[in-house]
Every structure is written in C-alpha cells, then in structure tokens.
Design a protein around this ligand. Structure first.
Ligand SMILES: [Zn+2]
Length: 251
C-alpha cells in the first residue's frame, strides 16, 4: 500500500493516530488525522477550517496514502440494483496541506446586513455534544456561524432573521463551500435512474486507514510468532524487509 513509500517512521505516526482516534466521533477523527499528518501552527486550525476545506484536504490525504481511486457501492433508489462506481480524488479539488485563514463573509438583503463564517468541524462537534434535535440543527448552526446582524441602524440577533433570509444564508454558505455537502452524480445501469448520492470522504478515509492498520498489525503478529521479535523492532523494519520475511514464513 502506498503509505509504505513514506517509510517506517511515518507508518508509526499513522498507526499511533489510528489507535488514538479509534473511539472518537467521525468529525474528531477527520480533524485528528489531518493534524497528525499535516500539523498546523495554530492547534485548532483544522477544527475551525470550513467543512469543505477540511474535506478537500481529506481527499488529498486519501490520495497520498491510498491512491487516487475511490470505489463506492450504492443501491439504486428506484430498482435496488447494486451499483459499483469509481471516482478520482482529483475530481474534488486539489486540497492543501495547510488551512487558509477563514474569512468573514457578508450578505446584504433589503435593510438586513449579516456577517457570517462557514461552518466548521468544531460547530458540528458542538451540536453533537449538545445533542441538538436534528430538526433544530440548522438554526443552531446558523446561530454559531452568524457573527453579526444589523437591521438598518439596529444591532439584531441571528434568531430575528426572517425565514427567507435564513434560507438564502444557507444557499450562500453552500456556494462558498461546495465540498461541504458533496454529492456524487450516479446513473443506474439497469433502469437509467440518475440521482445524487452523498459521499463522506472522512468515513471513507477512516475505513481505508482501519484496513491498513489491521493488515499491518497482522503482519506484526505473524513475524512475532515466527521469530519472537518485539512489536517495536518489527515496526522499525522497512516495509520491504518486512515483506521479505513474511514471504519466508508464509510458504
Ligand atoms: Zn435502477
């Protein structure tokens, strides 16, 4: 697997991160993984990055560690046919190993003036921790992301925004952060139904990492049993040497 190309030191960083984040929730895993591989000067940079910025970086990481191809299995909503599709990480923007400084954005409509920022992993984690009712999640997210509201000369709060303006704000957020709610366009080969399926790169990357870690630990297990070597020493071997010894003990 391509992570081998990064050498044993990098493997241990990945393995440690996998272990530390094993029990964490999805968003904490995504942020923790990025911080471990691409540490930022500001400790909370990945958790305050917009969801789309974070996910672009996750696509980039998936590609660097496990190759650019993504394989999905989906069921056609019309006829139930199982659909196998392949996508390329490069389709979803390059992604950067660093976080751009998040900018405050503005929306002006009639006499309303709204300053807002894009939702981040921190926001999503906060809503989960507060066990916010999914029906109220959008309103709660807006309250966190709206920085300032003015109506004419008056300071107002996010709760006062008219429904139409809230909807417009959601659209504006999605426009500024298109990867935050990524949809793959799929067409069923059996019945030609086309639909847009959500795709979660964080979950996909975690599964890839999980498979990799289990394979690596199984290699450690086989070598430890065959030679009596310690885990630390086996992990310190280059992947090429480990493969060589494994081939000897697996006739
Ligand atoms: Zn179908």
């Amino acid at each position: 697997m391509p992570a081998h190309a990064h050498g044993p030191g990098f493997e241990q960083v990945l393995l440690q991160t996998w272990e530390q984040l094993h029990a964490a929730a999805a968003d904490a895993r995504a942020v923790g993984l990025l911080q471990a591989v691409w540490p930022q000067p500001e400790v909370d940079a990945w958790s305050t990055a917009s969801l789309g910025t974070r996910d672009a970086a996750l696509f980039c990481l998936q590609s660097a560690l496990f190759g650019p191809e993504l394989h999905t299995l989906t069921q056609c909503p019309a006829c139930g046919e199982t659909l196998e599709s392949a996508f390329d990480c490069a389709q979803f923007g390059g992604g950067e190993a660093s976080v751009p400084v998040p900018a405050a954005l503005a929306l002006r409509e009639q006499d309303w003036e709204i300053e807002f920022r894009l939702p981040s992993s921190n926001d999503v984690m906060a809503l989960r921790e507060a066990a916010v009712d999914p029906a109220l999640a959008v309103a709660a997210l807006l309250r966190r992301c709206v920085l300032r509201v003015r109506q004419g000369e008056r300071e107002a709060s996010a709760d006062e925004l008219p429904t139409a303006l809230v909807a417009q704000l959601e659209v504006r957020m999605a426009e500024h952060d298109p990867l935050a709610d990524l949809r793959l366009t799929l067409t069923c080969p059996a019945c030609a139904t086309a639909w847009a399926a959500a795709f979660d790169i964080g979950g996909y990357l975690w599964e890839s990492l999980d498979d990799w870690a289990q394979d690596l630990l199984s290699e450690v297990h086989q070598l430890a049993r065959a030679y009596g070597w310690r885990e630390h020493d086996i992990l310190a071997l280059t992947p090429v040497r480990r493969r060589f010894y494994l081939d000897l003990v697996q006739p």
